[in-house]
Write a protein that binds this ligand. Structure first.
Ligand SMILES: *[C@@H]1O[C@H](CO)[C@@H](O)[C@H](O)[C@H]1NC(C)=O
Ligand SMILES: *[C@@H]1O[C@H](CO)[C@@H](O)[C@H](O)[C@H]1NC(C)=O
Length: 272
């Protein structure tokens, strides 16, 4: 029924020049990753193929009119609008709106929800490399360096903390540490010769979401075989000493000659 009506209206439009209203865009939304903001939208139902779209933005704290985004004044279906520069103050609240137009018509505007860069952005993880240092792990981070973040040098101060998830491979035992953000961090008091998997994320004072890195698995120190060898050497020396003491006891008991006794004592001093 509805389709017929629309077709009829289109026909009228073509033959008599009666205007069918151009449907407004739908699903206007702003997504943001590492402070890079992007607006997307869908065309309204039955939009003609040659429809174009234009974007305007508003800074909510100022009593100023909507402003056009020069780079996004003639988008086609499927194109997005990069709002990184337009929404550059992380502490502000913004809105955007989208309008469809053809050579002869414009649609109503469709307005986005309120967008706050700092709380709505998603922080990706920093680069991470991990190495063992005995009973500890050494973490080295490479900071996030996307275009969005480079614009905001002060953001380095906003993600104050680093959440570190440590998981022991053997039994899955795990804990999470939250430490001040630095590029070098040491996790101490771990077991030696044991494998742990580490992943990290940045966390800010704000409610933004952040993602954990892929886990990196390393041993705190070379794994057990080396340790066993050392223990075996110690064990062997101990056993020899015990035998030696037993022997010297026998010699003393039997009252052997004194120079032999002295030589034995010298040899056994290694054990003491
Ligand atoms: C455009 O907005 C006006 C007023 O809000 C409304 O009456 C009209 O139906 C809208 N047009 C379309 C095509 O949605
Ligand atoms: C969006 O703009 C920012 C700042 O100009 C730029 O660094 C970034 O690469 C752009 N993103 C895309 C997807 O083009």
């Amino acid at each position: 029924m509805e389709l017929w009506t629309l077709l009829l209206l289109r026909l009228l439009h073509l033959q008599l020049g009666v205007s069918v209203p151009l449907p407004p865009p739908s699903d206007v939304s702003i997504s943001s990753f590492n402070m890079e903001h992007s607006l997307s939208f869908l065309p309204g139902p039955q939009s003609p193929d040659h429809t174009r779209f234009t974007i305007q933005t508003l800074r909510l704290s100022r009593r100023k009119p909507w402003r056009s985004v020069a780079a996004c004044s003639e988008l086609t279906v499927g194109q997005t609008c990069n709002l990184t520069r337009v929404f550059r103050d992380p502490f502000q609240s913004y809105q955007a709106r989208v309008q469809a137009f053809t050579s002869s018509q414009t649609s109503n505007w469709t307005v986005s929800g309120v967008f706050q860069p700092l709380t709505d952005t998603v922080f990706g993880p920093p680069g991470l490399s991990v190495s063992g240092c005995g009973n500890c792990l050494l973490l080295q981070l490479t900071p996030l360096t996307t275009g969005g973040l480079q614009q905001h040098k002060q953001l380095r101060d906003l993600y104050r903390n680093l959440d570190i998830q440590v998981k022991r491979t053997r039994d899955g035992a795990q804990f999470v540490l939250s430490v001040p953000y630095t590029e070098h961090t040491v996790i101490s008091y771990l077991q030696t010769g044991v494998e742990y998997c580490v992943s990290v994320r940045v966390s800010s004072l704000f409610t933004s979401t952040s993602l954990y890195s892929q886990p990196q698995c390393v041993y705190t120190s070379p794994p057990p075989p080396g340790l066993t060898a050392v223990l075996m050497v110690f064990g062997l020396v101990g056993a020899l000493c015990a035998l030696g003491l037993l022997f010297i006891g026998l010699v003393i008991f039997r009252g052997g000659r004194s120079f032999r006794r002295r030589r034995l004592l010298t040899a056994l001093s290694v054990c003491l």
